[in-house]
Design a protein around this ligand. Structure first.
Ligand SMILES: [Zn+2]
Length: 115
């Protein structure tokens, strides 16, 4: 049982908030953003050249807000999904191999039990 009034837990919680915030800041311009580093929502915008951007709702050009090219964001997102897919496929193959091994073990055990 933890004592939530203990300053240790309040400090730990604060560290977790800071770590989450740093993660959001580090990946602010990678993949499709879901929230700006300032905490505001993200919207889509088009510049005078017709390029599309994911941009903070209260964007100002002071490097404190997110403004990320849509095409680059989608390419990054696709790269991440491919990487995740590769991992899932390799995990599935590993599990299928383990199932085959376990079936063999079960057959061996059955032979030992019934003969
Ligand atoms: Zn912002």
């Amino acid at each position: 049982m933890t004592d939530m009034a203990d300053p240790y837990y309040a400090e730990r919680k604060q560290h977790k908030r800071e770590a989450d915030w740093l993660h959001a800041c580090v990946y602010a311009n990678y993949c499709i953003p879901t929230k700006c580093t300032c905490g505001e929502a993200i919207t889509a915008d088009t510049d005078e050249r017709g390029r599309n951007y994911y941009v903070c709702k209260v964007y100002e050009d002071d490097r404190l807000h997110t403004r990320h090219d849509c095409l680059a964001a989608i390419e990054e997102e696709l790269k991440e999904l491919k990487s995740q897919y590769d991992y899932e496929v390799s995990l599935r193959r590993k599990l299928q191999y383990e199932i085959v091994q376990m079936r063999k073990d079960i057959e061996e055990l059955k032979k030992l039990c019934y003969f």
